[in-house]
Design a protein around this ligand. Structure first.
Ligand code: MG
Length: 316
């Protein structure tokens, strides 16, 4: 029997039984939207995401407001959401950002490194090694404060200036982040060019270098419609953490033609169909993304949001 609004669940033996979704809409999503959303709306968005069952919700970024004006209200926003029943990681670009986050009681932080020199230069104005050196005291001080650290790695599968990214380069930066003390890594396909075989090759090379799939999350962009195929390939290799953005919010301003993050609803639909229950109420999540799309004044790019919103319209 199928439940209206949900796919028939047909479990597959080669997949993990549990998957943790790392929701990035409020940070990676909103930071890459043109419109700046009022602080109260962001807090409401995060509260609704938690009520829909998301357990890890990246809340904001303590980057200098000059660089990311959309998230300039981190100091006001974080105290409004920090008591929610969800892990609420925040991005910290440097020690100053870490100080601000720790001062407000953040228990999880993330740093954003690059696998390529071009993106390190464009995004951080540093070489890859200089950026890693900058993160070292951030990670060690966070660990000393018993704060969980996630290391993002951008451009793992392709770079808009350099093209293909050699896999050993990705492995090298991943190893450096783990050796520094990061608790988990997130492999970013920032321009969405990865395909499933490429994903398998990167994960295999990392495993061989002592970075197992259990230490990794995957962060796919749907630029070329490959995000779910790539996710499935990663799950088959043993990855159990997947980044996604509610309603498909965001993209990347430095990456040409990046149409945005994998939509959380599209991911939840596939996982439900594979018999992997994430504890997420898809109806509530779709309602949240539909509400946020109205705040932004444009429809959600998520296929699942559109399909389920359309069903609603037909029924009522
Ligand atoms: Mg992203």
């Amino acid at each position: 029997m199928t439940v209206p609004g949900l796919p028939m669940a047909v479990p597959s033996r080669d997949l993990p039984t549990r998957v943790r979704i790392h929701e990035v809409g409020a940070r990676d999503g909103l930071q890459n939207e043109k419109a700046t959303v009022p602080t109260e709306v962001k807090a409401e968005f995060i509260r609704r995401l938690a009520e829909a069952g998301l357990t890890t919700i990246e809340a904001t970024s303590f980057v200098h407001p000059k660089w990311v004006p959309q998230l300039a209200d981190a100091e006001q926003l974080f105290p409004m959401v920090r008591d929610l029943h969800a892990a609420l990681p925040v991005l910290v670009p440097n020690e100053r950002g870490l100080d601000r986050a720790l001062g407000l009681g953040a228990r999880r932080v993330a740093v954003l490194a690059s696998a390529t020199e071009s993106f390190a230069k464009a995004n951080l104005n540093r070489t890859v090694d200089e950026a890693l050196a900058m993160f070292e005291p951030v990670v060690s001080r966070a660990k000393a404060a018993s704060v969980h650290v996630r290391g993002y790695l951008s451009m793992c599968f392709g770079d808009p200036w350099e093209g293909a990214v050699p896999i050993p380069q990705v492995v090298k930066v991943c190893r450096a982040l783990l050796d520094m003390g990061c608790d988990e890594l997130s492999l970013g396909d920032t321009i969405g060019v990865a395909t499933p075989g490429h994903v398998v090759a990167v994960l295999a090379a990392l495993d061989e270098a002592g970075v197992p799939p259990t230490a990794l999350g995957v962060h796919f962009h749907d630029t070329y419609g490959q995000a779910l195929a790539n996710t499935l390939a990663a799950l088959q290799q043993g990855v159990t953490t997947v980044d996604a953005s509610a309603g498909g919010l965001g993209g990347c301003p430095y990456a040409k033609s990046a149409t945005g993050n994998l939509a959380t609803e599209d991911l939840v639909w596939m996982l439900r169909g594979l018999g992997i229950d994430t504890g997420i109420d898809l109806g509530r999540l779709v309602a949240t993304s539909t509400w946020m799309a109205a705040q932004l004044g444009r429809p959600s790019p998520s296929r699942t949001v559109r399909a389920l919103s359309h069903e609603d319209t037909e029924e009522h």
